[in-house]
Design a protein around this ligand. Sequence first.
Ligand SMILES: [Fe+2]
Length: 205
Amino acid sequence: MSVTVHQLAVGGFDHNFSYLAVAANGDALLVDPTGDAEVICRAVEAAGSITPRYILLTHGHLDHTQAVGEALGFFPAEVVAHPNHPLAGRTRLRDGQLLPFGETAVEAIFTPGHTRDSVCYRFADDSAVFTGDVLFVGCIGFCRSKEMYNSLMKKILPLADSLVVYSGHDYGPVPFRTLGEEKKLNPYLNCHSLEEFKAELQHLE
Ligand SMILES: [Fe+2]
């Protein structure tokens, strides 16, 4: 695989995950630096000679951004987020935008529903997708039902089965699994109408 993803259990408000991804050429990015910044710093140090390229933020909830300030100290990179995100950097991100990264690229996929500024980030080589609080292993985040249903059906379901889904919290029976498995096992990806989806939402804790 051309990109190595490190899933970091950083604690935070509720079993949060941050991520460090490193491409073969040394390009590196962080996703949602939060919780224990020491854990992230150690992972960055252990990665050796890398080039910090991006800090990708999946949405504006504070439990996903607590360590951004600290991270910028040891990982000086461009902050990338939805234009409405309070920490959005100089790049005015567009839906579908491709950010060069290693031998591949990162695609920003706007997926409103959990929040209006929710973005999923997919590696264009179809190796991984960072879903924040849109899609968890076996579950989804709290949401406005119609927007979330549209995002899941139109933006997430068409993506490749090979993608490893890396979400914002450790809520599932396993910390990650492929989108192909989610398509089979996640009840929220198996609703055939908005009404069915709304009924399923009543099971969200
Ligand atoms: Fe959230």
